[in-house]
Design a protein around this ligand. Structure first.
Ligand code: ADP
Ligand code: MN
Length: 494
C-alpha cells in the first residue's frame, strides 16, 4: 500500500484554450489563494498607505518585498536569540554566520563561489562523526572504508545539519537516510546559492533606500522606477524633513520622450497625517485646487503637494529660473534633476561662505528671480529663505516649491512679505550694502506701491489688499483656470 494514500482522481476536463488562458490562470490562482487564506486579514496600515490602485500584479516584486521584510525580521530574531543566550557572560557565541547578510558578503558583488576553498565554507562539518580517523572499520572481509556508500551517505545526511537554519532539509537527519555525494553536493550548492541570493537582495535594498524613511508602498514605487530602468541606482538619503524625504539616485536610460539626467533627486512627500495638516492652509485656499480639495482624502492631498511642486517647478523652468528640472511624478514621489555633483548636494545658502563679491552677486540674482517668479511664473515661493536656496555652479538655485502659491492666494501677499523679510535679513546680515529692506523688496518684487514706513502698517495694507483680492476672486474666480501659468495676471496690476 502506498504510504501517501490513494491519489484523488477527480479530473476536470478542459479545453486547450482554457489551459492557455492567462485570465483563467489568474482566477484559479485567486481561488486557490482565497481557499488557503479564507479570511481577509486586516493589515495594520498607516492611514495613507492603503490604496485602491496599488499595482500588485508583479509577483516577483511582491515576493522580493516580502523577502526583504522576512530577512529583516529574521536577522532581528537572531540578534535577540544571540543576546538571550549570551546574557552578560564573558564568553559569547555569535550567530553571525546565519545572518541573511554575511559580513564577508556585504561588500562583494561577485557571484562566483570558490568551492575548493573550504576555509570559508559555512557548511563545512566540524568533525565528521561517522568515519573513524583511520578511515576504515571492521576486519577482514567486513572492512568498510570511509568511501563506503552507506557510511558516506549517512555522513552526508548528518552534514545537512550544517546548512543554514532556514534551509529546509526535512526530517532526513532523523531518519537513516543515505545521501550520495552527488546529491549532497548539489544540495549544498543550492543551499549556498540561495543564501547568497538573499544576501544580494538584501544588500541591494540596503544600498538602495533608507528603508525606514519610507513606507513599503513607497519602497515598491521606488523599486519599480529602478526596475523600469528609469533610475540606475538609488544611492541614499540626502535629507529627511518633516514633510519630505529626499534621495539621491543615478539616472537610468532615456526613453523616447524623456532624457533622464545623470543624477536625480527623489522627493518623497511624507504620507503621515500630522505634518501635512500644518500646511493645508497653503493648498486649501489656493483657488487652483479649490474644487478638488473638499472632495479629497488626505492621501490624495499628499499627492497634490507633489503635483504642486511639479507644476511650480515647470513654471520656473519655463521662465529660466535656476531650479531642479522635473523628470517624473508618480503619486507622492517626485523625481527631478539633482543640484550638485557626485552624490554631493549643492550647499544651502545658509551653509556656504561666500566672498562678498559672490554674496552681492547672489543677492542681485535672487532679487531678479523673485521678480521673475512673481511676474512670469505668477508665483510666490512662500518658503523662501537661505534654507531653500542652493549655491551651485556660481549661482543660486531655488528649490522646495511645493507650497508656492499664486499671488492671488488669500495669503499670497503675506507669504511674499515673509519671503522678503527672510531674504533681506539674510543679505543685510551678510554685509550686502545694496540689500533692500523687506518693504522695499516687497514693492520691488510685486510692483505694488505700499507706502507704509513701518511693519505694522505695511502688514495691515497687505491684508487689506488680500481682502480686496478675495472679493474679486469670489466674483471672478470661476474664470481663472487651474494651473495656467499664463492665465489672468494678478489683479493688482491694474
Ligand atoms: P523640505 O520640504 O523637506 O525642506 P526640500 O525640497 O527643501 O524639502 O528638500 C530638502 C533638502 O534636500 C534640501 O534642503 C536640499 O538639501 C536637498 N534637495 C532637495 N531637492 C534637491 C535637488 N533637486 N538637488 C539637490 N538637493 C536637493
Ligand atoms: Mn526645504
Amino acid at each position: 500500500q502506498c504510504p501517501w494514500g490513494a491519489p484523488n482522481t477527480t479530473s476536470i476536463s478542459c479545453s486547450l484554450a482554457d489551459v492557455m488562458s492567462e485570465q483563467l490562470a489568474k482566477e484559479l490562482q485567486l481561488e486557490e489563494e482565497n481557499a488557503a487564506f479564507p479570511e481577509v486579514v486586516a493589515v495594520a496600515e498607516g492611514p495613507f498607505i492603503t490604496g485602491e490602485n496599488i499595482d500588485t500584479s508583479s509577483d516577483l516584486m511582491l515576493a522580493q518585498m516580502l523577502q526583504m521584510e522576512f530577512d529583516r525580521e529574521y536577522d532581528a530574531q537572531l540578534r535577540r536569540e544571540e543576546k538571550k543566550i549570551n546574557g552578560d557572560s564573558k564568553v559569547s557565541i555569535s550567530f553571525e554566520n546565519y545572518r541573511k547578510v554575511h559580513p564577508y558578503d556585504s561588500d562583494s558583488s561577485e557571484d562566483e563561489v570558490d568551492w575548493q576553498d573550504t576555509r570559508h565554507d559555512p557548511y563545512r562539518a566540524d568533525k565528521p562523526t561517522t568515519t573513524p580517523r583511520r578511515g576504515f572499520i571492521g576486519k577482514g572481509k567486513d572492512i568498510t572504508t570511509k568511501h563506503d556508500e552507506v557510511v558516506c551517505g549517512r555522513k552526508n545526511t548528518a552534514r545537512m545539519e550544517n546548512f543554514a537554519p532556514e534551509f529546509q532539509v526535512g526530517d532526513g537527519i532523523g531518519m537513516d537516510l543515505k545521501l550520495s555525494n552527488q546529491v549532497f553536493n548539489a544540495l549544498k550548492q543550492h543551499a549556498y546559492s540561495e543564501e547568497r541570493r538573499s544576501a544580494r537582495l538584501h544588500e541591494k535594498k540596503e544600498h538602495s533606500t533608507a528603508e525606514k524613511a519610507v513606507d513599503p508602498k513607497t519602497r515598491l514605487l521606488l523599486y519599480k522606477m529602478v526596475n523600469a530602468g528609469m533610475l540606475e541606482t538609488i544611492t541614499g538619503c540626502i535629507s529627511t524633513g518633516k514633510e519630505s524625504v529626499v534621495f539621491h539616485a543615478y539616472g537610468g536610460n532615456a526613453t523616447e520622450d524623456k532624457v533622464i539626467p545623470p543624477e536625480c533627486a527623489i522627493k518623497v512627500f511624507k504620507t503621515t497625517l500630522n505634518e501635512f495638516k500644518n500646511r493645508d492652509k497653503y493648498i486649501k485656499d489656493d483657488y487652483r485646487f479649490k474644487d478638488r480639495f473638499s472632495k479629497l482624502n488626505p492621501r490624495k492631498i499628499i499627492r497634490m503637494w507633489a503635483e504642486k511642486e511639479m507644476h511650480n517647478l515647470t513654471r520656473m523652468q519655463n521662465a529660466g529660473i535656476p531650479c531642479p528640472q522635473v523628470v517624473i511624478l508618480k503619486k507622492h514621489v517626485l523625481v527631478m534633476s539633482f543640484i550638485g555633483q557626485d552624490q554631493v548636494p549643492a550647499p544651502k545658502l545658509k551653509d556656504v561662505t561666500l566672498s562678498s563679491e559672490d554674496m552681492k552677486k547672489a543677492y542681485c540674482q535672487i532679487l531678479n528671480m523673485m521678480q521673475q517668479l512673481y511676474k512670469e511664473c505668477n508665483l510666490v515661493h512662500a518658503d523662501l529663505s537661505e534654507y531653500n536656496m542652493l549655491w551651485h555652479d556660481g549661482k543660486v538655485w531655488l528649490i522646495d516649491v511645493s507650497q508656492s502659491v499664486e499671488p492671488t492666494h488669500p495669503h499670497g501677499l503675506e507669504f511674499l512679505f515673509r519671503d522678503c523679510r527672510n531674504v533681506s535679513q539674510f543679505f543685510q546680515k551678510g554685509g550686502v550694502a545694496e540689500a533692500l529692506n523687506e518693504r522695499e523688496l516687497f514693492n520691488a518684487v510685486s510692483g505694488l506701491n505700499i507706502t507704509a514706513d513701518n511693519e505694522v502698517d505695511f502688514q495691515a495694507e497687505i491684508e487689506a489688499l488680500e481682502k480686496m483680492n478675495e472679493d474679486h476672486v469670489q466674483n471672478h474666480g470661476k474664470k481663472l483656470s487651474m494651473f495656467s501659468s499664463d492665465g489672468d495676471p494678478p489683479i493688482y496690476d491694474e
